[in-house]
Write a protein that binds this ligand. Sequence first.
Ligand SMILES: [Zn+2]
Length: 381
Amino acid sequence: MIEFIMSPVVDLLLELIALPSINPAFLEGRPQLTGEKRVSDLLECWCKKAGMDVATRLVLPGRHNLFASLAPPLKPTGRVVLAPHLDTANIQSEDLLTPRVEGERIYGRGACDTKGCVAAMLTAMARVARGGVRPERTEIVFLGLVDEESGQEGSRAVAASGWKADLAIVGEPTRLKVVTAHKGDVWLYVDTRGKAAHGSRPELGRNAIEEMARVVAALGGPYASKLRAKRHRLLGSGTINVGTIQGGNQPNIVPDSCRISIDRRTLPGEDEKTVARELRALFRARGIRASLSNMRGGSCVALETDTALPFVRDFMKAARQRRPCGVDYFCDAAVLSSGGIPSVVFGPGDIAQAHTANEWIATDSLETGTDLLEAFLRTLS
Ligand SMILES: [Zn+2]
């Protein structure tokens, strides 16, 4: 264990950064750097010492969600969950695994996404536990989730299990704003088929790349304009990005296939089915022949949580925020929400620093986040 002499929340964050937990999807064959278990084991001890009841549930081989609970003295009538993820993005250099305090900033992988949230949430809970006055009938649960950065298998397992709560505060760097809406995300392949022929006689073939060029033009032109015309009050408009293209073998063969992958950021109410329907209509109207297929299994729908729900209202009040906020990025909140747990996103730090080669979090954001979370937990009855 590394010894630090900062405040407790800073100490915990430094310890967490020093334990690598890169999502295994991004780094194969380096078990000493990947997976959430090292972090989870440390937190298990930490939570037990702070007086919490700890349980784990296996999600993927060697990877489990961590539940640490402050049980109320009376029969519980409510449950509030603090739910950050324990995995991180990959590293650009191993220097990111050595935590560093410089001035008012803490540097290292996970500092803001999202070990800062883990440290703030647990420190707030520990203060409530230590204060001796727990909420009488509300259970507070810290839920450390695995795999957010890749397939969100941790939150998907919780949603599928039917486990319920009245509010989940999902930890992500929101600059201490309570976020009640975020965009969803649909990844699709679009394929065009042609007919191969000798490059000197292109009229004998059908060029799949030329057909795809029409697809790309339609997506970037009329389709993107249509998306811009529809606006959500917190999220703005949906977007489309063509991210990859593959097709053809060599200059003197008319290509018979071409594939692009697209990333369509969605608004509440849109999903894979509605997006596929829009695209088919777009292609049909232009006489384009192209097929669609989904790139991934789990659905990533948008989040929109009702701000009139009592726990949401109370949390916004504790965070001293009048109006709700929306963000562009997808996270575990939408998954938990689709499992029937009203969810918001909240945490110290700024998403602009997440995943960067120079990831950092400001210590005052970390301390203020801890105070706001503690203030909210103390309002629970
Ligand atoms: Zn994150």
